[in-house]
Design a binder for this molecule. Structure first.
Ligand code: GLC
Length: 484
């Protein structure tokens, strides 16, 4: 394997001869606070490892480390037709997966944009919306109707406690969702009831986290896959542990589950360092947290994931213009003052701007924020986008390195999905570079032993495989949850 892609942008601290002098000291201070040297990454990774262990312990910790009750590795031989849905980002996805049984599959899918107010709607509105989408999809795909209820794998990408594969008690909403009446409850019967109200012939077989789905889907086709990672609206990872190494399951394992039975763990590591001990948070991170629906939660995720990257940039620009009176002088800042007006595609487009004079960036600011920009401002904006993207990628490596060190992985593939991984320019290269620094692989290492690779479609294919594995266990009279 070779190093992926071009080298990430080099830090250019101190070479700002072409921006106004008044910007320089501000810029240096921002560079300082957003740059993560490898020593910081080591410190974060060390704490990460002990927090992963704590999460598996009886006492528990900040990282939930949720056993996902996927107790088998996929073999590639799983076959059959399954429905899968994925709730957790900006869209609801419905997928019909035909598993071929030879590490192959076919998918047909539809995407439905979540209504803009759904993140804060009432519980029934959410379930009815999903059930209506499912009805549309099933009517289109099965115009003749079905003889048996369709088995469905429900990818619910939030921290949900599971005592069995077919349940999920929402611990707390993340990623800006705040729907009343769901936290603390099992979401499976809620969706099943909505589906029945719509008369759609569906049986929810398994509840899956997107990271677990990604892990299992990738293992279906890639024997080197070691973990499933999402860098999207949120960030999180899953890996296989063994039941005997999960102290909090002691006394709860059914007789047919032995100490060496594999168990997929949904880490929910977006909540790493909620106690704010090692993450170098800036005042912008602190403000984002304070103004979020769940302050104090998801400390790591709020510095990394797509839901927040544009907001970090917005807060910095607002400070530079409103308080420091350096940027956008004499202009109407009302658009820039709107929280979350800049989603992650905003810094991504700035970084992608191929023009020397950053004319795409100029247009973007004009059309979305009604702001005209000077050439000097645009240079600084571009640098800020780079710093925010680089920080996100480097922090992401700490979770990966921690799982590798915890499980003793010295080689393998980390299967990643999500909008930031797939579409944020430079993320892949920066993350690869971060891992090289963390593992100390110098130029003498020609092939990185641990690499991040694009995942198979976890929320579709992974959910289907897990549904198939679950049906097989049930057919064979094997357990899919804690001792009853
Ligand atoms: C958030 C969710 C988690 C999910 C991740 C990526 O961290 O809590 O369940 O895996 O986002 O979608």
């Amino acid at each position: 394997m070779v190093h992926l892609g071009p080298k990430p942008p080099q830090h250019r601290k101190g070479t700002w001869t072409d921006v106004p002098a008044s910007f320089i000291s501000e810029l240096h201070a921002l560079e300082e606070s957003l740059t993560l040297p490898v020593e910081t990454l080591h410190k974060i990774t060390d704490k990460f490892i002990s927090e992963l262990d704590k999460g598996l312990s009886k006492a528990g910790g900040n990282i939930p480390m949720i056993p996902g009750w996927v107790l088998d590795f996929p073999t590639g031989k799983e076959s059959g037709d399954y429905l899968a849905i994925d709730l957790g980002g900006t869209n609801l996805r419905v997928v019909l997966v035909k598993l071929g049984g030879n590490s192959d599959f076919d998918t047909t899918q539809s995407k439905y944009a979540l209504p803009s107010d759904i993140r804060t709607a009432k519980s029934e509105a959410l379930w009815d919306f999903i059930a209506e989408c499912l009805k549309k999809f099933v009517d289109e795909e099965f115009p003749e109707g079905v003889t048996e209820p369709l088995p469905l794998g429900f990818t619910f990408s939030f921290p949900a406690s599971q005592d069995a594969i077919n349940e999920g008690f929402l611990q707390r909403w993340t990623k800006g969702f705040d729907i009343e009446g769901v936290e603390g409850n099992d979401v499976v019967p809620m969706l099943q009831a909505a589906v029945e109200r719509q008369n759609v012939p569906i049986n929810i077989v398994a509840l899956i986290n997107d990271t677990t789905g990604t892990l299992v889907a990738s293992m279906y086709t890639d024997p080197e896959a070691k973990m499933g990672l999402i860098f999207g609206t949120g960030c999180n990872g899953a890996y296989y542990d063994v039941c005997g190494d999960i102290p909090k399951l002691e006394g709860k394992l059914p007789a047919d589950v032995s100490a060496d039975t594999p168990m997929a763990i949904n880490c929910e590591y977006g909540s790493f360092d909620n106690e704010h001990e090692v993450l170098p948070r800036t005042k912008y991170d602190i403000q984002i947290d304070a103004e979020s629906p769940r302050p104090g939660q998801q400390a790591f995720e709020k510095m990394i994931s797509g839901y927040y990257l544009g907001e970090v940039l917005r807060l910095i620009l607002l400070e530079l213009s409103k308080e420091k009176k350096l940027f956008f002088q004499g202009q109407d800042l009302s658009k820039l003052e709107q929280s979350f007006i800049m989603d992650t595609s905003f810094p991504a487009r700035i970084e992608e701007d191929p023009f020397e004079n950053l004319s795409d960036t100029q247009e973007l600011f004009q059309s979305v924020l009604n702001l005209s920009t000077t050439a000097g401002e645009r240079k600084v904006i571009r640098r800020l986008a780079e710093l925010i993207g680089d920080r996100s990628a480097r922090l992401s490596c700490c979770g990966i390195a921690a799982i590798c060190k915890k499980r003793g992985y010295t080689s393998g593939h980390c299967a990643a999905d999500g909008s930031v991984y797939n579409r944020y320019p430079g993320f892949k290269e920066r993350a690869a570079q971060g891992l090289r620094e963390l593992f100390g692989w110098g130029p003498e290492i020609k092939e990185d032993p641990i690499i991040i690779v694009p995942a198979e479609d976890g929320s579709g294919v992974g959910a289907a495989i897990i549904a198939a594995l679950t049906e097989k266990r049930l057919k064979n009279g094997l357990s899919v949850g804690v001792k009853k």
